[in-house]
Design a protein around this ligand. Structure first.
Ligand code: UT7
Length: 332
């Protein structure tokens, strides 16, 4: 069995107060509560609203994680932020958060891996700590996805929500024999499938113009059914291989935290891994798909509610645009 070098020292999360439920959406597009609930498991989602940016959600989530870790902000030497909805194209949202926190000793950058951004960022933080470059990394997944939704497109606008989650990573004590910490993380990508889930305009390929706005190219475009099929298969294999790499099997897991995109995807992944649904953490009903924020929000809720107890082995697995997907095995 592997010996982890990097621990999760604390978790935090934050979601905007405004709730948009399925009944509200029924007044906006041709949909029903029954369709959304049976196809996705989503009942409501949070919406940041006008003038609220991703850093406004990321900052309180980061503060909560630092407080839980008992770490002074000046001891943070790296801030990594996974997002598909940065405050602006540059500079990074991580730099805005660095300023908001007064984390004067930290390097800061964003990481773009869509819904997989949080685990990608955890992997980078872990590697930096293991290499000895940094001691304490603040890793955040934060999104205001509702800013890039076409509220006339019922195939996407019912699915997503806003929020942020964060963890503090730190180096394990050399003497620690408990096996606590991040045992393994595996990252994957397949850029051949980019156009199954993407936002076409606003970058260098199609810069923002009156024409790009008129053609509604600044919104999420998704081939839902195709994404679904790939997600189930690739999330299952990634979780399995990551556990195997650390010397575990799915049966060893106390809790599985899958990306909160769709309850049916989570149940299908659990079925493939032969994990009972009682061991699967679900909050998609209350948040919808918050992309890079989904797993860190779930992680924080699971820790604070006592669903994750000291000594528990937790598997987490994500999937998103790129395609990107990733899994991690963590002992708490
Ligand atoms: O976070 C990144 C990963 N993203 C995901 O994991 C999303 C993956 N995909 C999914 O979760 C599902 O594919 C969806 C929830 C997006 C769609 O569920 P589905 O069972 O794959 O439905 P579908 O796209 O095949 O659509 C079935 C029907 C269609 O009507 P027809 O063509 O059968 O007449 C759609 O037009 O449902 C219709 N439909 C809706 N009806 C009511 C699509 N959206 C809606 C809606 N309300 N909001």
């Amino acid at each position: 069995m592997s010996k982890p070098n990097v621990h999760i020292l604390g978790t935090g999360s934050y979601a905007p107060e405004k709730v948009l439920n399925n009944a509200d959406l029924m007044r906006m597009v041709d949909t029903t509560d029954d369709w959304i609930t049976t196809r996705t498991g989503i009942k409501e989602r949070r919406v940041a609203g006008p003038g609220v940016a991703t850093s406004d959600l990321a900052t309180p989530a980061a503060k909560a994680a630092l407080e839980a870790a008992g770490l002074d902000v000046l001891d943070v030497d790296l801030i990594l932020l996974g997002t598909a909805t940065p405050d602006m194209l540059f500079p990074s949202t991580a730099c805005v958060v660095q300023s908001n926190l007064g984390a004067r000793n930290a390097a800061a950058f964003d990481l773009s891996a869509a819904c997989s951004g949080f685990l990608y960022a955890v992997s980078v933080g872990k590697a930096f700590i293991e290499s000895g470059t940094y001691r304490n990394a603040l890793v955040i997944g934060a999104e205001t996805l509702t800013n890039i939704l076409n509220w006339e497109d019922r195939t996407t606008c019912v699915l997503f929500g806003d929020g942020a989650g964060a963890v503090v990573l730190g180096r394990a004590d050399e003497e620690d024999k408990t096996g606590t910490g991040i045992h393994a993380i595996h990252l994957h990508s397949d850029g051949d499938l980019t156009k199954l889930l993407y936002m076409p305009a606003g970058g260098s390929r199609i810069p923002t113009s009156a024409d790009s706005v008129e053609k509604k190219l600044h919104y999420v475009k998704m081939e839902g059914r195709e994404v679904f099929k790939h997600a189930v298969k690739l999330m299952s294999t990634a979780m399995e291989e990551t556990l195997a790499d650390a010397g575990f099997t799915p049966a060893d897991l106390d809790l599985l935290i899958p990306h909160q995109a769709n309850l049916r995807i989570m149940e299908a992944v659990a079925k493939r891994l032969e994990i009972p649904n009682e061991k699967v953490f679900v909050n998609v009903d209350r948040y919808g798909n918050t992309s890079a924020a989904s797993v860190p929000i779930a992680l924080d809720e699971a820790v604070r509610s006592g669903r994750i107890k000291p000594g528990d082995l937790v598997g987490t697995v994500v999937f998103g645009g790129g395609f990107t997907w990733a899994a991690a095995a963590v002992r708490f």
